[in-house]
Design a protein around this ligand. Structure first.
Ligand SMILES: NC(=O)c1ccc[n+]([C@@H]2O[C@H](COP(=O)([O-])OP(=O)(O)OC[C@H]3O[C@@H](n4cnc5c(N)ncnc54)[C@H](OP(=O)(O)O)[C@@H]3O)[C@@H](O)[C@H]2O)c1
Length: 308
């Protein structure tokens, strides 16, 4: 008979898209000698990569009951996270219901730090924030052994995927974030915190961790950091939000995500992302990745090139 700790840990969102927390958590838990069952939505090269790392791969949809029984049966602990989506609440409750049925030692839920500023009388206009708040409510009612992780904005979104083209083509950090301060965090650091919790969840059950980055600074400061890291002058341009969102929609960004990014930008401009906590270094024993180190790491993505 296997003991609980010998049962695998289920990691959802393991293929990875924007922050790829699930993929990084899989890698980190395997490096700690844990067995990992990595949940992917489809069989593709990313699923093969997870197998090569040593994970057991399960193909499942987080909103589907039958496939979630297959994914959860026999696991000890769960990391729950998926890409920003209108079905986030359905996926959370579906996964939680099946986890309750099978019984787990820990359910680590990925949320967002803005939920810390929300209450029964106050959410935000972002559909994704509201879904995260409701998902946290449902998990609190579930009686599951929940650990809640609420990071601030990821470096990999606004400061890489959404900024790379402007830096490459015009030496500009062209973002609609206003002039307030923000403390973006590396999703790899978030994954490290999640893997520490999953490795030994007992002391963390019932806790909420608010994770922030290396420093809270304005966008002119970050443009200066980009300049130093890349060795050429990069300037911040506070672009009008409406045109920026229309351009994203033109590139095929779904309405739900576009609406979330729009609200995040407005909250940035209002200074709502000017936050700092010590939760990350207390959990992991390591300081957050700085913007300088992040830009150096991704320097190839910011190299000067003309528009395709
Ligand atoms: N980005 C930020 O600034 C930020 C800040 C704070 C918190 N967060 C939170 O972080 C989470 C996102 O984490 P992440 O960046 O690691 O995610 P991600 O890499 O963008 O996506 C993870 C995976 O979820 C999978 N997925 C989506 N819908 C699914 C479904 N119905 N069934 C099974 N799998 C599904 C996707 O599979 P496919 O790729 O195959 O479609 C994707 O690979 C969200 O909770 C978000 O609110 C984000």
């Amino acid at each position: 008979m296997t003991t609980k700790s010998e049962r695998p840990i289920l990691v959802t969102g393991a293929a990875g898209d924007l922050g790829a927390i699930g993929r990084n958590v899989t890698e980190m838990l395997l490096a700690k000698g844990r067995k990992v069952r990595a949940l992917v939505r489809k069989e593709d090269e990313r699923a093969e990569g997870l197998r090569r790392l040593g994970a057991e791969v399960v193909q499942a949809d987080l909103t589907d009951l039958t496939s979630m029984h297959r994914a959860i049966e026999g696991v000890s602990r769960i990391y729950f996270g998926m890409s920003v989506s209108p079905s986030y609440l359905e996926a959370t409750v579906n996964t939680a219901a099946v986890a309750r049925h099978h019984g787990v030692e820990a359910f680590v839920n990925m949320s967002q730090m803005t939920v810390t500023q929300m209450s029964i009388t106050e959410t935000t206009d972002s559909p994704q924030h509201k879904l995260h708040w409701l998902a946290e409510q449902a998990l609190a009612w579930s009686g599951l052994p929940v650990v809640t992780v609420r990071p601030t904005v990821f470096l990999e979104g606004f400061f890489l995927r959404l900024a790379a083209a402007g830096v490459q083509q015009r030496d500009e950090l062209a973002l609609p974030l206003g002039n307030s301060k923000t403390s973006p965090i590396s999703a790899v650091d978030v994954a490290r915190a999640v893997s520490v919790i999953l490795d030994d969840p007992a002391p963390h059950i019932g806790k909420v961790y608010n994770l922030t980055g290396y420093e809270s600074a304005d966008l002119d400061h970050y443009a200066q950091v980009f300049s130093e890291a890349l060795g050429r002058k990069i300037s911040y341009r506070n672009v009008p939000l409406t045109g920026w969102i229309e351009a994203l929609r033109g590139f095929g960004v779904p309405a739900h995500l576009a609406s979330h990014l729009s609200l995040m930008s407005k909250l940035h401009a209002e200074g709502r992302y000017d936050r700092m906590t010590d939760d990350l270094s207390e959990l992991t024993g390591q300081p957050p990745t700085s913007m300088h180190d992040f830009v150096k790491l991704h320097a190839a993505d910011f190299a000067r090139r003309e528009a395709a």
